[in-house]
Design a protein around this ligand. Sequence first.
Ligand code: GLA
Length: 690
Amino acid sequence: MSVSATSVDQLTRVLPAASASRPSFTHRGIAFGCDYNPEQWDPRVWREDVALMARAGVDLVAINIFGWASLQGPDGLFHFDDLDEVIDLLHAHGIRVNLGTGTASPPPWLTTRHPEILPMMEDGTRRYPGGRQAWCPSSPVFRAAALELVEAVAARYGEHPAVAIWHVSNELGCHNPYCHCEVSAAAFRDWLRSRYITIDALNAAWGTSFWSQRYYDWAEILTPRATLSTYNPGQMLDYRRFSSDALRDYFRAEAEVIRRHSTLPVTTNFMVTAHVRALDYWSWADDVDIVANDHYLDHRLDAPTAELSFAADLTRGLAGGEPWLLMEHSTGAVNWQPVNVAKTPGEMMRNSLSHVARGSDGICFFQWRASLQGAEKFHSALLPHSGTQSGAWKDVLELGRAVKALEEVRGSRVVADVAVLFSWGAWWATDAENRPSAAISYLDQVHAVYRGLRDAGVTVDIVKPDSDLTRYRLVVVPCLHLVSDAEAARVEEAVAAGAHALITFYSGIVDQDDRVRPGGYPGAWRDMLGMRVEEFAPVLPGTTLALDSGARAAMWSERIVATDAEVVDRFADGPSAGLPAITHRTAANGPGSGDAWYLATMLDEPSLAALISRIVAAAGITPHPGAGADVEVVVRQSADGRTWRFVINHTKDFVEVPGHGFELLTGEPVERRLTVPPGAVRVLREEAQR
Ligand code: GLA
């Protein structure tokens, strides 16, 4: 395979997003699916597989995710016989295909021939094949080879009746979001040129008068390769933005090829999970025809189940509130955490239906049949190593029945009165080097307030900072360190329209270029809040702080002057003793104006819960009866006004919540009280009580 100069130019141009009118993912009811890797199995096994899939009610199967090396050999010729057979088999069993483009991992023959496609780390070393995804996102050589495969797959199956949706690559940027090779550096410079137009504008944005970093020519600019001291933060921030855009541009290139051959929806699986932060999915969301996410419980976190809820709500935010697809999760343990915890009885059902409650119209898994070889042989699957004579398989059959019973929920939307602002840019800027306290982790701060709201029994939309927030009663802004003027104004508009806003510490400090807003923190909102911070005063790990009210805190304090705000609580000890820790201001600009709250420390869990409950009540929000840390209650509503109340009981006790109507999973009518057994889920189609 060779790549001509012209095709390189064509392949590296910045591609536009697809047009606004887009195909939708149509399916009967909630999709029940999985990844399937038939390449790993003998064709005799395929027959057993599709029969068992049909028995379990699996109706959407992702194939050809890692198919490249099977489809194409070093001679460049394609061999589709096996894939034809698998697709036909699935079709014959009434199972729809989520068709992978097969480009997720290049075959060894390609990287041997073109080692220049291998990603380069910040220290100049390459990463080699032998794992997966070893390709540079900006490489025209990789792109040409991959698009040749996409073209062949899309042309062959673009009109195949089994295909329901296209699955571009796999978890783009999971392992290869950053590359520092010369090709990437040139692409970074092109990206910077189109952002700043002049080198002076770049110098201003990056603050290069500091440490003698002024650039005179674009050619002097590199990706942030390993340095002796701290990086230029503006360069690093733009490199992260560029890296996200480079992979999005790659996605667009694959999607463009597919759309020439097919009118079906095109998507890719996002990783809205705890530890992957390289891609700014707000900027990707319009490119996919339906948002799809992969989620795995992370037992390294304090509250893995609350994080699942957060990730699901954020995924719904990316979908603009529309239904989305859970493209992967697991029936049991994964294989990539230090200790891979098996799911407890009923946990797979609870996890699955928590995603559905929070807006997913599909429940899919990695993977169908547990591998016998390879790096993922100890990852759980729908069909485990122990086969169908297993509790896990019985649970799968039960989940299949539950998914069918929820058919009518499809297409409905989640109802929420509270918005939490979330930003990848703020995440990158917050967790950067050399800051007041390395103990601040953006995601921990977001998770803490999210958990407080979830435990208070309210449903939350996670939204982009430049969203219209005026329809919410409460807007929570956790640790939004980096915020543009336009984004900051959205919060002020919501407060002016009558909402309550809660801003937490380290928010509103810098603008989109990571430049401090002078005059007292948080520069973005100090007038709205009626206070200013004169100095940060973080405390050392292990130090606790007390507030006058008895609330407990840690990690952070600030020296605040309340200019036009009520002091709700003060620091009782520590470096800011006697100064405000929580403030509240009722906006004075006319009738209907809302309230602005500020929290200047990291409260412990009960103290934060108490503050959040107080603000929720002040904002006039009624929590779902019976909801709490271990009982999730979420309501989905259809366009014609029907509502479904999901109650997910994570406790070992029976739970009762008020409700009247018809319970979908048991098929029984409910009069006034809905009882949910220990560890179970109930979904009530609500009816007015006569
Ligand atoms: C990701 C990938 C899958 C698989 C799973 C394992 O989600 O997309 O291919 O590796 O992780 O958890």
